[in-house]
Design a protein around this ligand. Structure first.
Ligand SMILES: NC(=O)c1ccc[n+]([C@@H]2O[C@H](COP(=O)([O-])OP(=O)(O)OC[C@H]3O[C@@H](n4cnc5c(N)ncnc54)[C@H](OP(=O)(O)O)[C@@H]3O)[C@@H](O)[C@H]2O)c1
Length: 259
């Protein structure tokens, strides 16, 4: 049975991935931060023994280390001695980081320089950029011998420097740009340390979640994807990737985005 790890599974696209991978027969390891927003995920875990939940605030490195250590033990216990050497743990086929913030309470995307505030910028970078590199650091021992793992992080097209024609959203944009550089650099190191891991950065397209909800007014209906549609599209993109695609930035339709 394949194992997958979904971070930021309480709601939105992350919760969509959890449901999809369970339906496909995976053992799904899923993280959530807040029990209230995660109520549907907690309910699902009560009915599904293949769903294993972990509380995680991604801004706390010690929590990342603890959660990944627990998952490593679980993979070890899931080894099948009949057809695998005893020291070969079960494999993680997918690690998908769906954690991200665009707005959160008083933190709102900036429309102009007047709204720039260093505390908010730090929050954007902590959650949207630094989280993925800390994750990659503690993930290495779990995937270094895996035959094929896709390590994906959801980024956003607005993080593309080459594509930026509109301006605004300084913190969100720049934190996604930094995320993209971290993932590209992780891909280069993983070529040596986790040779069969495909590192990828994915733009899901505008998807109907609480994150995009306040900004959906000018989005034509055909460009506002349901969560199920986004998950389908992103799974199609990930299924088509080879190791030669590692370190690239893909849109929901499989096209490469400019950095
Ligand atoms: N939706 C779109 O249109 C769109 C477009 C482009 C890119 N994206 C990207 O796609 C990803 C998923 O977006 P979404 O629309 O599914 O957003 P969402 O519904 O708001 O989900 C975001 C997830 O991140 C979690 N999270 C936030 N801060 C966290 C922290 N400090 N520690 C742990 N978890 C934390 C949230 O947990 P809580 O429930 O506890 O808040 C939630 O599970 C994000 O990276 C976003 O930037 C989305």
């Amino acid at each position: 049975m394949p194992h997958s790890l979904i971070l930021g599974a309480s709601q939105g696209i992350g919760f969509g991935f959890v449901q999809r991978f369970l339906a496909e027969g995976h053992i799904v390891h899923a993280t959530y931060r807040d029990r209230i927003s995660a109520a549907p995920l907690l309910d699902l875990a009560a009915q599904q023994s293949n769903l294993r939940l972990y509380a995680l605030d991604i801004t706390e490195e010690s929590q990342i280390e603890t959660v990944l250590g627990t998952i490593a033990e679980s993979l070890q216990q899931s080894a099948e001695p009949a057809d695998k050497p005893a020291d070969k743990p079960a494999e993680l086929s997918h690690v998908i980081n769906c954690i991200g913030i665009l707005h959160q309470g008083d933190l709102q995307p900036e429309k102009s320089l007047r709204q720039i505030n260093s505390e908010n910028l730090l929050t954007y970078f902590q959650v949207n950029s630094i989280a993925s590199i800390l994750l990659a650091k503690h993930l290495t021992p779990l995937i270094k011998n895996s035959p094929r793992t896709v390590f994906a992080t959801l980024s956003a097209k607005v993080g593309s420097i080459g594509d930026n024609q509109l301006g605004g959203w300084y913190g969100y944009r720049a934190s996604k740009t930094a995320l993209n550089m971290f993932m590209r650099t992780i891909a280069l190191e993983y070529r040596r340390t986790c040779k069969s891991t495909i590192v990828t950065v994915l733009h899901p397209g505008t998807t109907d979640t609480q994150l995009s909800q306040p900004f959906q007014r000018n989005v034509p209906p055909e460009k506002l994807f349901s969560i199920d549609r986004s998950v389908d599209q992103l799974i199609d993109v990930m299924n088509g990737l080879t190791i030669n695609d590692s370190g690239e930035f893909f849109s929901w339709d499989g096209t490469r985005l400019p950095w």
